[in-house]
Structures are given as C-alpha cells and as structure tokens.
Design a protein around this ligand. Sequence first.
Ligand code: ADP
Ligand code: MG
Length: 373
Amino acid sequence: MVIGVFKQSVMEAIRLEKVRKRYGKGVLALDKVSLTIEEGELFFLLGPSGCGKTTLLRSIAGLERPNTGRIYFGERNITDVPTHKREAAMMFQSYALWPHMTVGENVAFGLEERGIDGDELVDRTLEALAGVQLEGYEDRKIEELSGGQQQRVALARALVVRPKCLLLDEPLSNLDTQLRVEMRGEIRRIVKDYGLTAVYVTHDKEEALSIADKIAVINDGRIEQVGTPDQIYREPETKHVAAFMGEVNFLKGKVDWVVKDTEDEYVVRVLTDAGEILQGKVTEPGWRPQVGETLSAALRPEVLRFDDSGDVINQIQGKVLERVYQGPTIQYLIRTEIGVYLQVAVMNPRKLVEPGDMVSITARQQDVVMLRP
Ligand code: ADP
Ligand code: MG
C-alpha cells in the first residue's frame, strides 16, 4: 500500500484536564472530564444518547469551547487553538459528501481549501483512496456508490489532509448491520495503517468491545471507567458500567468476611439476599468495604454454570422457570428459594435442564465482581 509517508511519527497523545461544558444556563454536558488518550490508540467514548459524547469530541476538534479545563495535543495546550490549526480530522454521523461531485473531487476538496494543487493534489487524493481500498473510483459519482463505499470516501476525505488524529462520531450509524460489522474492522485497519490517534464515539457496546484499544464509558457528562474492552466488560467498577456493557445479575448482600486484603486485590465473602454465600473481588479502585457493609454482587449470565458437585464456594440453589433456546447459547431464568431471579446462559450444554428442575448454580470467584449497591 502507498501510505508510507503517513507513517512517520504523526501520532500524538490527547489529554483532557477537567474539561467542563455547560450549554447556556442549562445542561451540564461535560462535568470535569479528565482523560489521556495515548499516541496511536483507537480510543472509544461509549455511552447512552445524550451523555455528552459528541460534546466531548467536538471539544477535542475545537468546535466547542469548554467553559473550564484544558486540552493538550502532545505537549501543546490547544484549548484556545482554532479548529483548522489542530491537525485533527473529524468524520460525522452523516458524512455529508457532495452527491453531484465525483469521488476524487470530494476527497480533494480539503486539499484545495489548504491551497494544495497540481500533482500533489492528484497524488495525495489517489493515495488516500488507495488507503481505503477505493483505487480506480476517483471518477465515479457519489450517488453511484453503495453505503459502505460512501463511508470509505468520507474516511479518505478525512485522511487526505494527513491529520494527527482522527475523530469519528458514530461513523457507522447509517449502515445496515452486516456492513457495520465489516466497516468497523476496516476502520481499525486504516487507523493502525496510518498510525493515527483516533477517538471514536458510539453508543454501540459491541462496536466498542470488538475494535477498541481502550474504552471510556460515559454517563451523564462524567467518565465512569476507562479500560481495555476486557477490563470494562469483566471488571466493571460501577453498576452502571456493568449493566451498560451487557446482561448482568445483581445480588444484594452484606460483607461477612474479608477474605483477602492486599495492595492489588480485595476479596470479600458476602451473604446475599438469595440466602447464599458468594465470594468475589472488589473492583472499584480504593474501595475497601468492611464487614457488615452492603454491596451488590454482579454475575454475568455466561459465568454461571449448573454444577451440583458440592465442593465449590459460590453455589446458589434455584428452580428453572424458563428456557430460551438461542442457538449458540441456551438462556435460563432461575428463581431462588426466596424469590431472587437469575439469568443463566449456557453454551453447548451436555445435558438439557428443563423448566421445573431444581438446579445448583456456581460461579468462579474471579468471575464475581462486588460493587457499590
Ligand atoms: P451524545 O453525543 O452522547 O448523544 P451530546 O454531547 O450531543 O450527547 O449532548 C449532551 C447533552 O447536551 C444533551 O443533554 C444535549 O441535549 C445537550 N446539548 C448538546 N448540544 C447542545 C447545544 N448546542 N445546545 C444546548 N444543549 C445541547
Ligand atoms: Mg452524539
């Protein structure tokens, strides 16, 4: 591929320090957001609609001015630097291509704006199109392209100006499911090929989990947690993150024994509302719940197993109420003796459990997460 020139140390870290943004006298869209996005990272801002993702991205692009706080690109404080001097390219939800112009003209537009013409304009346009696998498409009309191809043109248009960072706001929301899955892999490839620092906004947890280097989960203008996809999914630090990232059972309970208390691990045993004892780790940094304190044990349906061997710590008794066959997994709804409901997802079961059966459910200690109630 002909994108070698892009690869030379164009990446830059992005750092936000206590960025706060209020619209008029009303909504507090960002509440003291601090964040470091490392060089060359594909970083996701993930959260429900209205939580402040677009505001955060537009602040990085220079399209919104924070009320307080600072933004750095590398060592440079760019809080007051105008958009066009930030060397960031943004790609929006509606990618706004000019339908009557050709693919080449659409991509070249950003270069013309910067006073680039002649051979350089042509070379860089063709190079950007090659980078998104649209070689030979330069003379096509936009309206002759599929949704996925238009998406690639929009990406090429962002990349042609050789930005140091690429900002993507729900870039795939106009595509159908299959194309979305295809294009997200493609976006990751392009970001890595070009060695860009990229910030990607979405409300789609699967999109984030599948291609992110890191994810910041945002809730109501605040960052709830930053981590790798695996950390965010398996070691959520709040109930909101646990629930937002996928199905989860919460069991309320009281600490009855601190099992392990070291610098990097805090494990507690909890007597739950289900009348059973569970053991698991506390994930919230610095939180050390004491004996008698109330908390919520979080258990994802797929970490639960049917097991009646009797020699495991985390064991809950219940009755099967429902069974839903879903192909790769079978989902069960279980009711414990005192009326707590649990979702269990079993992959490839050896023996089918039927509604009405009494079952014993177990979970490994490392799969049980203890959260603030
Ligand atoms: P998201 O992208 O996560 O959906 P936004 O950043 O667009 O969230 O919006 C965050 C909050 O700020 C929402 O409550 C939204 O209604 C509000 N908001 C966004 N843009 C404006 C604006 N230009 N004027 C006033 N309120 C706004
Ligand atoms: Mg938005």
